[in-house]
Design a protein around this ligand. Sequence first.
Ligand SMILES: [Zn+2]
Ligand SMILES: [Zn+2]
Length: 372
Amino acid sequence: MDWNTQLIEDRRNLHQIPELGHEEHETQAYLRQALKEAGLEPQTVAKTGLMVDILGRSPGNRVAVRAEMDGLPLVEDTGLAFQSRHAGRMHACGHDGHMAMVLAVARRFQENPPEAGSVRFIFQPAEEQHPGGALDMMADGCLEGVDRIIGLHLQSPMPAGQAVLHPGAMMANSDRFRIIIHGRGGHASEPEATQDAVLMGAQLVAQLQTIVSRRVPATDPAVVTCGAFHAGSAANIIADSAEILGTVRTLSASVQSQIAEEIEHMASTITALYGARADVTYTRGYPAVINDAQTANRWAAALNGAVQLMEHPPIMGGEDFSHYLNRIPGAFLLLGARPQQYYPHHSPHFTIDESALPIGVELLWRGVQALL
Ligand SMILES: [Zn+2]
Ligand SMILES: [Zn+2]
């Protein structure tokens, strides 16, 4: 079987056996078997993950290539012949394609080992589950002796043949907050005896919108969204408490911390005006994916003719590849894979244009060569 046919077959086989984070046993067994058949001896990492090194003819840098292994809790509705065989589980983010591509790159390096240096192939569990399998992989030493790391993500909104790779922020810090306002309820005709949680909540929602417009530098992108506001039960009752749920997206660590502090400050100040109080829970999600400039530039310079590099602002979604990038230099690339009938990632109809897969193999192959 030629390597291109094998690539598509691997992707389709993996597509049929999606598993949730930390449960990737069948997926791990498939990858282990494929790597063994290629003459490699993969090592178990983070229970359901794998890693394996391919050494060059002489010592040098070590470059890691990473793929995520997990699927999502979805009932697949694509009608594909190779649809999921696992009830309520689906590869709806493209991780099946990522694994097949990294496997293909490993086979290619096994046949043509690098002149100098070495390549580490990392198959990581649980990208979709906060706090993310990257942390478990690193705790098990997957970055030990690694100089740089690269990875990519298929992007269904962008056509195959296009990619995004640049220094700096590729994806955002993705955080959540929950505010509970503790007021004092009472009769609607006697407001002086109450602390009105609806009024305080309404003022707070409006005030939170001044964080981005009046507190954060205009040059630093940020989003504060209050997605839910729950309070009150009837027209003639002053609400006792209110709950506000929201999300915060930022690109820099300093603005991320600033916004977390501002939310806390505004919630306590506005409720204090009425003698009430608020509890704020701010939960940090994955950190922003920030590409190392040297790695991104060297990789991009090697991609001439293989793909069309597009200008694109950072995507405000999250990825736990950022944990690796916070430890060592590296870069993450977004690769177009828009199918004829487009559905977003994490949709039960999600699929990819498989013609993106050989492109991804070439990009990763060239990336490793350029960085060794
Ligand atoms: Zn996803
Ligand atoms: Zn993903």
